[in-house]
Ligand binder design. Structure first.
Ligand code: COA
Ligand code: AMP
Length: 634
C-alpha cells in the first residue's frame, strides 16, 4: 500500500476491508489465524478476525523480547510530583507483568472475569492492565478523579472479582487518598469484589481490611510469573465507562483482535512512529487516550511509552512538557488542547521552549476536545513542527479523522482535524438521514461497519448500544458530534449534539450533574450546560429553581450544590458556578432549552424555538447569567 494518498487508502479500506485490514493483521502474532477478516452476517454486530486466537499482552511485551528488544526501554515513569524517575526495559516490564498476572490468578481471576483498576499515574497501573490482558481477564479502569459514587456505579455494572488500587494519587501538591473512596464505593455497591490489591505509596498508606485487601508488594513477591493465555480475537479486552446523556455511564467494550490490529497499524500510519522510537501521550490511563496511546499502541509497536505523573504547568513550571520531551528524546507527543492553553497562559512568549533543544521531536498531536485555531497556531509557531489536531472518541478508541503522517502530510487547516482516517466512512447527515452538501452543518455519522478496534457493543447491554448509536440512522453509527465536511474533504467538528461536555479534555455528562443537584432537598428543577471556557474549552454551569418557600440564603445553597457535585461525581467535574432562578426556559412540552441557555451564556446568536412556552424566562436567564459574568466578553 506504499505511495497511496490518505484518500486512496481510505477508499481501499472501505471497498476492500478484508484486503486492507488483512494486510495490517500480518503485523500481529496469532496463535491461530482468523477464519475471516470481517464477518457481517449478524448486522449491526460486526465481528473482526473471527476464529483468530491471540494474546494482546504477549503482542505488547513478550514478542518484542523474543524479537531482540529485551534491553530496549519499554516504559519511562516520570513523576515530578514525587520527584521520581524510573525506566523498565521490555524484559523487566514483561517479568513484572507476568508476576502480577500470577497475583491475579492466585486470587482466582480467570479468563472473562472483570478487574476494576482505580489507580494514579504510576507504572503499576499499566502493569495491572497488561496483567489482565495476559490472563484474558477484562479490565475496567476508572479515572482517579472520579468520586466513590461514580466508582461504585462502575463496580455495580462490571461486577469485578478483584479491584486493583493504590493508597493515593497526587494532584500537584495535594495527596488524594484513594482507599477511602474505594471503601465507600464497595459499601455502596451490592456487588462486592472478593479481593482488593492495594499499591501502598509512601505519601499515604492505607489500612487494609483483613481477608479482603492485599498489599501489592507482599503478594507480588510471593507470586509466580504466568504465561499469556490464548484468547479469541472477539473476546473482550476491556470495558471503559464513558459519559452519555444520562447519569448512567456507558460501558464501551473493546475486543482483543481488532484492537491489536488497529492500534498497531495506527502507530506508524497515523503518528508516523517507528518501533524503537519514543511516544508520549500526556493523558491519564483512566481515559481512552491513556488506554490506547499510553499503554497498548506504543507497546504493540515496540516503541517506548511514558507514564507522566504531573501537569503541564505547576509541576514545577510551564516548561514541564518540553523538559520531558527533551530528556527522553520523544519523537511524537499527544495531549489535549487544554494543556497547551494552560502553557500558553503562563508562558506566552515561549521562554521555556528555548531551554530545551528537543532534537528528536517531530510532531505534536492534539485531541480530546475541539482545538481552537489560536491555540493551534500559537503552538505551531512556537515548536516549528507539524501540530496535528485529530478527532476521536472513547467509543472508537483511535482516530476517526487525522492528518495521517505515516501516509502523507496533508496541508493543515486550523480548526479542522483534517480528513477521515482509513476505515471510517464519515458522512454529514440531515434529520432525514440524507447527506448534507459540502460545507453544510449536520450530524456526523459513520457508515457501518466501523473499522477494527472500535466498540463492539456496550457491556452486557446490546440494546443500549443499538439505541444510543445505531438507531437514529439505519446503517450508520451516530458520533454525537455536529459538524460539516468541506469541499476538500476536510471534516470540521463543531460540538456535541447531546448533553455530553468536554471540560479540560475530560468527558462529562451534564445529565449526571443535574441528577446530583436534584438530590438537594431545596431544588425543584435545574439545568446544567457547558459554557465556553478560555482554559478548559468548556465548563459546567447550573441554573437552579428552588422549591417554593425555601428561605435559605442563595449563596449558601449554591455552595452546597457545588460540594454535592464534587462529592458525588468528583473534583474532575469542575462544577463551580450556579445561579438560582425563578424559572427555566422550556418548550410547551416541558423540554428545558439548554441550547438556548448556552447561546445566552456564550454571547452567541440566541436560537429560540417557536415552541417556547414563556419568552420572559429568557430575561430571567439572561439576568442570572450576567450575575455570573456571562457572556464573558460583554
Ligand atoms: N485524581 C484526583 N483529582 C483529580 C484528578 C485525579 N486523577 N485529575 C484532576 N483532578 C482534580 C483536580 O485536582 C482539580 O481539583 P480542584 O478543583 O480541587 O482544583 C479538578 O479535578 C479539576 O481538574 P482539571 O479540570 O484537570 O483542572 P486543573 O486546574 O487541575 O488543571 C489543566 C488544568 C489544564 C492543567 C489540566 O486540566 C490538564 O492538564 N488538562 C489536560 C487534560 C488531559 O490530558 N485530558 C486527557 C484527554 S487527552
Ligand atoms: P472522549 O470520548 O472523551 O474522547 O470525547 C470524545 C468527544 O470529544 C468527541 O465526541 C468530540 O465531541 C470531542 N473531541 C475529541 N477530539 C476532538 C477534536 N479533535 N475536535 C473536536 N472535538 C473533539
Amino acid at each position: 500500500m506504499e505511495n497511496l494518498s490518505q484518500a486512496q487508502s481510505l477508499e481501499m479500506s472501505i471497498n476492500d476491508p478484508d484486503a486492507f485490514w488483512g494486510d495490517a493483521a500480518r503485523l500481529i502474532h496469532w496463535y491461530r489465524p482468523y477464519d475471516s477478516v470481517l464477518n457481517s452476517s449478524n448486522k449491526p454486530f460486526y465481528r473482526w478476525f473471527e476464529g483468530g486466537v491471540l494474546n494482546t499482552c504477549y503482542n505488547a511485551l513478550d514478542l518484542h523480547v523474543e524479537q531482540g528488544r529485551g534491553e530496549q526501554t519499554a516504559l519511562i515513569y516520570d513523576s515530578p510530583v514525587t520527584d521520581t524517575k524510573k525506566q523498565y526495559t521490555y524484559t523487566e516490564l514483561t517479568e513484572y507483568t507476568a508476576k502480577f498476572a500470577g497475583v491475579l490468578s492466585d486470587l482466582g481471576v480467570t479468563k472473562g472475569d472483570r478487574v476494576v483498576i482505580y489507580m494514579p499515574m504510576i507504572p503499576e497501573a499499566v502493569v495491572a492492565m497488561l496483567a489482565c490482558a495476559r490472563i484474558g481477564a477484562i479490565h475496567s479502569v476508572v479515572f482517579g478523579g472520579f468520586a466513590g459514587e461514580e466508582l461504585a456505579k462502575r463496580i455495580i455494572d462490571a461486577k469485578p472479582k478483584v479491584v486493583v488500587s493504590a493508597s493515593c494519587g497526587i494532584e500537584g501538591k495535594r495527596i488524594i487518598e484513594y482507599k477511602p473512596l474505594l471503601d465507600e464505593a464497595i459499601k455502596i455497591s451490592p456487588h462486592k469484589p472478593q479481593s482488593c490489591v492495594i499499591y501502598q505509596r509512601p505519601q499515604a498508606t492505607s489500612e487494609l481490611i483483613d481477608g479482603r485487601d492485599y498489599d501489592w508488594q507482599t503478594v507480588h513477591e510471593k507470586s509466580q510469573a504466568v504465561d499469556p493465555v490464548p484468547v479469541k480475537a472477539t473476546d473482550p479486552l476491556y470495558i471503559l465507562y464513558t459519559s452519555g446523556t444520562t447519569g448512567t455511564p456507558k460501558g464501551v467494550l473493546r475486543d482483543n483482535g481488532g484492537h491489536a490490529v488497529a492500534l498497531k497499524w495506527s502507530m506508524e500510519s497515523i503518528y508516523g512512529l517507528k518501533p524503537g522510537e519514543v511516544f508520549w501521550a500526556a493523558s491519564d490511563v483512566g481515559w481512552v487516550v491513556g488506554h490506547s496511546y499510553i499503554v497498548y499502541a506504543p507497546l504493540l509497536n515496540g516503541s517506548t511509552t511514558i507514564v507522566y505523573e504531573g501537569k503541564p504547568v505547576g509541576t514545577p513550571d510551564a516548561g514541564a512538557f518540553w523538559r520531558v520531551i527533551d530528556e527522553y528524546d520523544v519523537s511524537v507527543m499527544f495531549t489535549a488542547p487544554t494543556a497547551i492553553r494552560a502553557i500558553k497562559r503562563e508562558d506566552f512568549n515561549g521562554e521555556f521552549v528555548k531551554k530545551y533543544p528537543m532534537k528528536k521531536f517531530r510532531a505534536l498531536f492534539l485531541a480530546g476536545e475541539r482545538c481552537d485555531p489560536d491555540t493551534l497556531e500559537w503552538v505551531s509557531n512556537l515548536l516549528h513542527i507539524p501540530v496535528i489536531d485529530h478527532w476521536w472518541q472513547t467509543e472508537t478508541g483511535w482516530a476517526i479523522a487525522a492528518n495521517c503522517l505515516g501516509i502523507e502530510q496533508l496541508p493543515i487547516k486550523s480548526g479542522s482535524p483534517t480528513q477521515a482516517v482509513p476505515g471510517y466512512k464519515v458522512e454529514v447527515l440531515d434529520e432525514q438521514g440524507d447527506q448534507k452538501p459540502a460545507g453544510e452543518l449536520g450530524s456526523i455519522a459513520i457508515k457501518l461497519p466501523l473499522p477494527p478496534g472500535t466498540l463492539t457493543t456496550l457491556w452486557q447491554n446490546d440494546d443500549r448500544y443499538v439505541s444510543s448509536y445505531l438507531s437514529d440512522y439505519e446503517g450508520y453509527y451516530l458520533t454525537g458530534d455536529a459538524g460539516y465536511i468541506d469541499s476538500d474533504g476536510y471534516i470540521w467538528v463543531m460540538g456535541r449534539t447531546d448533553d455530553v461536555i468536554n471540560v479540560a479534555g475530560h468527558r462529562l455528562s451534564t445529565g449526571r450533574m443535574e441528577e446530583c443537584i436534584s438530590e438537594h432537598p431545596h431544588v425543584a428543577e435545574c439545568a446544567v450546560v457547558g459554557v465556553a471556557d478560555k482554559l478548559k474549552g468548556q465548563s459546567p454551569l447550573g441554573l437552579v429553581v428552588l422549591k417554593s418557600g425555601v428561605e435559605q440564603d442563595h449563596e449558601e445553597i449554591v455552595k452546597e450544590l457545588v460540594q454535592l457535585v464534587r462529592s458525588k461525581v468528583g473534583a474532575v467535574a469542575a462544577f463551580k458556578q450556579a445561579a438560582i432562578v425563578s424559572t427555566l426556559p422550556k418548550t410547551r412540552s416541558g423540554k428545558v432549552l439548554r441550547g438556548t441557555i448556552r447561546n445566552i451564556a456564550d454571547g452567541d446568536e440566541v436560537m429560540v424555538p417557536p415552541t417556547i412556552d414563556d419568552r420572559s424566562s429568557l430575561d430571567v436567564v439572561t439576568k442570572a447569567l450576567a450575575t455570573l459574568g456571562y457572556p464573558q466578553d460583554a
